[in-house]
Design a protein around this ligand. Structure first.
Ligand code: E4P
Length: 214
């Protein structure tokens, strides 16, 4: 399973890359706003820094405007992926962009049928938002399971990015279900290598090492 970082903060990306755990990046307008930097400056810096795919969101609402925006975004780097919201206009744009060879990530997916339509339109990726579903009392990971089942039934090549991840349990369940990718907030990535028994074990070994004659 690939790990993407869900951030536009370059310091987090550098730290994740040093850990060897960043296969790609997803951003969205809210994450870019948090940087306080100009959109183009942030995007270019991330595209240069990360060898893998970097999702950058189009903010237009009409298909023709999304397509124009996507062409600009995709021209910024070979690893640029254009995030398109899951709407009828978005589906039209995804179809047209696929024909031009531009990679797309259909975002704000909250139902299996939305994911099916995105895959039929030729999306490179779909992003089911699991945390936001959990927030309203639904089961986000059940959505991922249904999408994977459908994509497997019809051998779609569209990859599933588990998004809106809030906890290590989301990551574990994604891996057990066989999701292609999880996109992680940096805080969740930092939690994954930790286990209290590892810390206890290290403390005990270091204490015993002090007793070893040298
Ligand atoms: C995914 O591509 C989105 O950027 C992200 O995962 C949204 O997460 P949130 O629900 O924590 O905002």
């Amino acid at each position: 399973m690939d790990f993407f970082l869900d951030t536009a903060l370059v310091d987090e990306i550098r730290a994740g890359l040093e850990m060897g755990m960043v296969d790609g990046i997803t951003t969205n307008p809210s994450l870019v706003a948090k940087t306080g930097k100009k959109f183009m400056d942030v995007v270019k810096e991330i595209l240069d820094l990360v060898p893998g795919p970097v999702s950058i969101e189009a903010v237009s609402e009409k298909a023709e405007d999304m397509i124009a925006e996507a062409r600009d975004i995709s021209g910024l780097g070979e690893n640029a992926v254009v995030k398109i919201p899951m709407t009828e206009e978005g589906l039209k744009a995804v179809r047209a962009l696929g024909e031009e060879g531009i990679s797309t990530n259909v975002t704000l997916v909250f139902s299996p049928l939305q994911a099916l339509m995105a895959a039929k339109a030729g999306a490179s990726y779909v992003s089911p938002f699991v945390g936001r579903l959990d927030d309203v009392g639904e089961d986000g990971m059940s959505l991922v399971s249904q999408i994977l089942e459908i994509f497997d039934n019809y051998m779609f090549e569209t990859e599933v990015i588990v998004a809106s991840v809030r906890t290590p349990t989301h990551v574990l369940t994604a891996a057990r279900l066989g999701a292609d990718i999880v996109t992680l907030p940096y805080g969740v990535l930092k939690k994954l290598p930790k286990h209290p028994l590892t810390d206890v074990g290290i403390a005990k070994f270091l204490a015993d090492w002090e007793k070893v004659p040298k």
